[in-house]
Design a protein around this ligand. Structure first.
Ligand SMILES: CC(C)(COP(=O)(O)OP(=O)(O)OC[C@H]1O[C@@H](n2cnc3c(N)ncnc32)[C@H](O)[C@@H]1OP(=O)(O)O)[C@@H](O)C(=O)NCCC(=O)NCCS
Length: 201
């Protein structure tokens, strides 16, 4: 399978982990999604926080991504406790760069839920789905180097940065402090070694 092929949707509608349900978007997620996207702490390493209108457009794009590709950013829910704490998943970037086309693993959690291992738990399940069941040859992740929490998560998933892959993000205005980005990669072969080592220890 190549990065661009559509995969069967039923496998991907929802994923369970120990503490989380990764599920499809519902219209009523908008309030919590918009609140997260308007929070300066959450959006510190983006160009700007989003208005409610921008969040609505983004939610519609995210739903379309599932329809187009069979995977996307799943909503993170703590069953019985919190219907929306953020989103984690797989996206095909819609810009051109030296590493595109590709499949990106990405995440955004409401600040109240940071530091509890939820992002890592969800991202580990998504990484294993992407490189396991979906047979993708590679996943990438990108951020501004100052986003230490995100970089830490990439590294804890076993992803590696080659400084030769650093790039200026084409969607960030020239001169903006987050223009420069780092790229982390994990190939299917690297992942296989990682999980077989984890199984053996
Ligand atoms: C990036 C982001 C998702 C990281 O979230 P996070 O909560 O820091 O990440 P984690 O879920 O991995 O939690 C980190 C820490 O929780 C702690 N923790 C507490 N309870 C835990 C548990 N039960 N299991 C595992 N870790 C736990 C650990 O100390 C862990 O650190 P470690 O990996 O060194 O062990 C979050 O900061 C975010 O949403 N940022 C804003 C959006 C953003 O910048 N997105 C990325 C754009 S590229």
């Amino acid at each position: 399978m190549t990065n661009n092929e559509t995969v069967a949707a039923p496998l991907l509608a929802a994923i369970r982990t120990d503490r989380l349900l990764l599920r499809q978007w519902r219209a009523e997620d908008l309030d919590a999604f918009a609140a997260m996207n308007a929070d300066e702490r959450v959006m510190r390493h983006f160009v700007a926080p989003l208005t409610r209108e921008q969040s609505l457009e983004s939610l519609e794009r995210l739903r379309r991504h599932f329809a187009d590709h069979g995977y996307g950013l799943w909503v993170l829910e703590i069953p019985g406790e919190a219907p929306f704490i953020g989103c984690v998943g797989l996206l095909q970037p819609n810009f051109k760069a030296h590493f595109t086309p590709c499949v990106e693993i990405g995440w955004r959690l409401a600040a109240d839920y940071w530091g509890q291992g939820y992002a890592r738990e969800a991202a580990t399940a998504v990484r294993d789905l992407a490189l396991g069941e979906l047979h993708l040859p590679e996943i990438v992740s990108m951020t501004t180097p100052a986003n230490e929490r995100s970089v830490h998560l990439m590294e804890s998933l076993g992803m590696r940065r080659d400084p030769a892959d650093d790039f200026d993000h084409p969607k960030v205005p020239d001169g903006h402090p987050i223009k420069r980005h780092v790229l982390y990669r994990l190939t299917r072969d690297e992942w296989r070694k990682l999980v077989s080592y984890a199984d053996a220890t």
